[in-house]
Design a protein around this ligand. Structure first.
Ligand SMILES: Cc1cc2nc3c(=O)[nH]c(=O)nc-3n(C[C@H](O)[C@H](O)[C@H](O)COP(=O)(O)OP(=O)(O)OC[C@H]3O[C@@H](n4cnc5c(N)ncnc54)[C@H](O)[C@@H]3O)c2cc1C
Length: 419
């Protein structure tokens, strides 16, 4: 990975965790890399997520039977799903594709594609984190998914079957084992599944910004600016225009603008990718009064709690309201109300609230792809709930494509033209 050749100039659009990991792998392959972002690097979705290296989460979001659960969720004020009704007309095409992708026949191939993508998560990530000096912020304690009882877990039977079929280790636990692992959970939780391969970070923002520093130490550049348009000449050089009127020349271009990536695929390839902002919320409690040792997933109410350096982070929810509507922090309060029922000693004072835009595709697979029109344009976006987990492997695959290597896994399922 560290061999250096001069492969020319690359501009990466977007300095989230995906763009930064792409830039690092490209830099290590010898490219002169500039990452451009109007905001501080890794200050958007990649700054405040739940911190899970969720390598076990191979189940696509749209699955058989989901549609029947949706109305109940939508009308439940504490429910995991919300749509701002004024946004529904814009959401509809994505929603139709999302529901359409949830047939039983579709699940296994997509799950296998996600499993293949996440097999090398730690092999790809850990060397970067060691070089960045933040490997110690990754905790290998597995994750615990909890239910009221075994019967309640049957609603997720297909999910567990799918995970096992992909070779993921899932250990069923009775109530006593659940409370041995996490004594502060309510005694009402009497069934759990422990997935030992999951890890979590104590601080996703610190981790991401340490990678930004590493990139700069290794000679990559990070520049503030909003990319407005990309002009390509016939020789394959791109002029990347910024809002301030300046332009950067690039021999290769990587689009890694997270939930904001859609217009670039439209402009460069005339593609209408099914990408939406799936807004998620959390609250980080500095003095939670309870202690968890690992990430806990409260499966029936679809939220998670992660023990972090700055407190206990409680979050989840999926809200469809687009990229510009203001956050509705009532969703944070709703999640804390739920959390109190499962963590009876929880203290919720002094929490800091956060909202982020998951870049979610309709089929829950990311886009990791060469452009069909431009041999030297690459797409790396749409990682939905799993962008932290998949970032380093995405970066390695994009560097392989940019160098003309055969990608080390089959990336056809992630092709940008599939929508
Ligand atoms: C509540 C919540 C919890 C989550 N928990 C987890 C988890 O536990 N594990 C996990 O793996 N994932 C998790 N995720 C998902 C993960 O955070 C995202 O998938 C990931 O951060 C996406 O990274 P990104 O780099 O694609 O996007 P971003 O971090 O959003 O970066 C995109 C960047 O593009 C920039 N940009 C936009 N327009 C332009 C433009 N015109 N020119 C230049 N730059 C532009 C933006 O400013 C932004 O900085 C969670 C997400 C949420 C919301």
């Amino acid at each position: 990975m560290s061999e250096r050749r001069d492969h020319g100039r690359v501009v990466v659009v977007g300095a989230g965790i995906i763009g930064i990991c792409c830039a690092l792998f490209l830099r290590r392959r010898g490219f002169a890399v500039t990452v451009v972002d109007p905001e501080a690097p890794c200050s958007q979705t990649s700054s405040g997520n739940a911190g899970g290296f969720a390598v076990t989460e191979v189940m696509p979001m749209s699955a058989p039977g989901l549609i029947w659960r949706v109305p109940g969720w939508l009308f439940d004020p504490l429910g995991p799903l919300a749509v701002r009704w004024r946004y529904l007309p814009q959401l509809l095409p994505w929603l139709v594709r999302f529901i359409g992708s949830g047939s039983a026949a579709n699940i296994q191939p997509r799950a296998r594609a996600l499993a293949a993508l996440m097999t090398s998560t730690f092999d790809d990530f850990m060397p970067l984190l060691q070089a960045a000096g933040v490997a110690d912020s990754v905790i290998s304690a597995g994750a615990l998914t909890v239910y009221r009882d075994r019967a309640a877990s049957r609603a997720d039977a297909l999910e567990w079957q799918t995970k096992r079929a992909c070779g993921i280790r899932c250990e069923e636990l009775d109530g006593a084992d659940v409370h041995d692992l996490e004594p502060d959970l309510s005694p009402d939780l009497r069934f759990g599944v422990f997935t030992p391969d999951w890890r979590h970070t104590l601080d996703p923002h610190r981790l991401a910004t340490a990678l930004v520093d590493l990139l700069q130490r290794e000679g990559g550049a990070v520049r503030r600016g909003r990319v407005t348009i990309v002009e390509s000449d016939h020789g394959g050089t791109h002029s990347v225009r910024l809002q301030d009127g300046s332009a950067l020349l690039a021999d290769r271009l990587v689009v890694a603008a997270g939930a904001w990536s859609r217009p670039f695929a439209r402009q460069l390839d005339n593609l209408n990718v099914a990408l939406e902002s799936e807004r998620g919320y959390n609250t980080t409690l500095p003095t939670p009064g309870v202690q968890l040792r690992r990430e806990v997933i409260f499966a029936e109410r679809k939220f998670v709690a992660t023990p972090m350096a700055m407190g206990l982070r409680i979050g989840g929810a999926a809200e469809f309201a687009g990229l510009t509507a203001p956050p509705n922090y009532k969703r944070c309060a709703a999640l804390l109300n739920l959390a109190r029922t499962y963590l009876p000693a929880l203290r919720t004072e002094g929490g800091s609230q956060w909202m982020g835009h998951r870049p979610s595709t309709s089929d829950s697979l990311p886009v990791i792809s060469r452009s069909p029109r431009h041999a030297n344009v690459f797409y790396a976006f749409g990682h939905g709930h799993l962008g932290l987990t998949q970032a380093a492997t995405t970066g390695r695959l994009i560097a392989e494509l940019a160098c003309g290597d055969t990608p080390s896994i089959d990336i056809e399922p992630f092709n940008v033209t599939r929508f």
